[in-house]
Design a protein around this ligand. Structure first.
Ligand SMILES: C[S@@+](CC[C@H](N)C(=O)[O-])C[C@H]1O[C@@H](n2cnc3c(N)ncnc32)[C@H](O)[C@@H]1O
Length: 413
């Protein structure tokens, strides 16, 4: 049992202290020789440890005289408390296993510290965290940004970010499932499971996609004569949805990275759909645009992903405020390119899985200022908040991911 904890500590250490990507860490450190049980145990421990890291550290810090300098030992303590609090492991198990894990990591000197610290910690509950960073397990800049952007909802958003995410799927029109979304057709919330083993999934009867992401296609309303550009398309969730709803619609799916473009092909082939997949930088029009304009463009822009933190808790350790400025510049360039390839009277749907106004309403505000020929088409949904420009689904609303949409149209009137 401690072997899986050793792997989990190494992964969590890489994420927390080296800003590594959690999915990449799983790929590197979970081997073919590991059993499915081993893999899912490591994943469960890592997710809970990373999700609540600052709160867990605040908890055990109250039980030691001095913070240990050794970062691996610090992760061992957090991981043990994550198992105790969120995975229902008994106190004696987490104490013994933490000591064994430290020994396996060649830190036998930490045994007495771990023993004393964890035995004290399990008698505390840490209901009174020392500060907001510990209380919400988010970086301070992130908390401050949400306070400014969402003065009434920031606490709820931070709490939602630390919840286990549900599994939303998009069913094709031939099947119905239990637990449909209240108003997004074909969106269902199903029991968490290993989807690749589900025969209906393999047969292409449904796809994994959060209900908030499914809204993109319903807003775009693809129809037979449309010529659509999905400008940032991989892994192809929205590309496939557009093709499923749009019948004989013609669609170009553009993606910068070849390995990610491969995912679009995989999804198209599982669902038996056809699109023209282009691997290119959307902002370098000369490299891919042949001059034939589109009547609809979906720009599902690269973003901070602050709306999907419950699925990717490692984002909290990777993003910095400075990154956000760089991301916003890329989004503005992509918007400019989208504007150029859109037909007059065409529609541009800008989307992000972010809840930061800087990437959303403020981004559109900037765009509209420099592109007076564009006008916003107002959207309204019961589960979304109307912003100055566009709509925001806050993370957790109807148990969906955080998502932003703004629909704009090009006209010379
Ligand atoms: C939010 S994801 C898109 C998700 C996708 N629409 C879906 O629903 O499956 C953004 C994508 O844009 C791609 N991307 C980033 N910069 C790009 C660029 N300059 N040109 C084209 N694609 C880009 C990223 O690699 C990433 O795959």
């Amino acid at each position: 049992m401690s072997k899986q904890r050793v792997v989990a500590v190494q992964i969590a250490y890489q994420v927390v202290f080296k800003q590594s990507n959690l999915t990449e860490q799983f790929k590197q450190r979970l081997l073919k020789s590991h059993t499915p049980e081993f893999k899912s145990a490591v994943k469960a421990i890592c997710y809970e440890t990373i999700r609540h890291y600052q709160w867990l550290e605040d908890w055990w810090l109250k039980c030691v005289d001095k913070k240990p300098k050794d970062k691996l030992v610090r992760v061992v303590l957090c991981l043990a408390l994550a198992e105790y609090k969120f995975l229902n492991k008994p106190a004696h198990v987490i104490v013994n296993e933490a000591i064994n894990t430290a020994k396996k990591l060649k830190k036998p000197w930490a045994s007495s510290l771990i023993n004393a610290c964890l035995r004290t910690a399990v008698d505390l509950t840490n209901e009174q965290a020392s500060n907001e960073v510990a209380q919400y397990s988010h970086p301070l800049w992130w908390i401050e940004k949400l306070k400014k952007d969402w003065p009434e909802d920031w606490q709820q958003l931070l709490i939602a970010n630390n919840q286990k995410p549900p599994l939303w799927v998009r069913a094709n029109s031939t099947i119905t499932l239990d637990n449909p979304h209240s108003s997004i057709s074909n969106a269902y919330k199903i029991q968490p499971q290993d989807i690749k083993k589900n025969n209906d999934f393999v047969a292409g009867l449904f796809s994994v996609q959060d209900a908030s992401a499914q809204l993109a296609t319903h807003i775009l309303k693809p129809c037979a004569d449309d010529f659509i550009l999905d400008m940032c398309a991989a892994p192809g969730g929205k590309t496939c949805h557009i093709l499923e709803l749009g019948g004989s619609v013609k669609l170009d799916a553009l993606e910068l990275f070849p390995n990610r473009a491969k995912k679009i092909h995989e999804n198209l082939s599982r669902l038996k759909l056809k699109a023209n997949v282009i691997t290119a930088d959307a902002t370098d029009l000369g490299s891919w645009f042949d001059g034939i304009k589109y009547n609809k463009v979906l720009l599902d822009a690269p973003c901070s992903a602050s709306g999907v933190v419950r699925r990717q808790p490692d984002i909290k350790f990777q993003r910095t405020e400075k990154d956000l400025d760089d991301i916003c510049q890329t989004q503005q360039k992509l918007l400019n390119s989208a504007a150029e390839v859109l037909n007059e009277n065409g529609m541009l749907l800008y989307a992000t899985c972010s809840v930061f106004q800087q990437e959303n309403s403020e981004q559109i505000q900037l765009f509209l200022k420099s592109h007076p020929e564009f006008k916003e088409i107002k959207l309204k949904y019961p589960f979304a908040i109307n912003c100055q420009h566009g709509i925001q689904i806050l993370t957790g609303a109807e148990d969906m991911d955080g998502f932003y949409y703004c629909l704009i149209t090009k006209s010379n009137d």
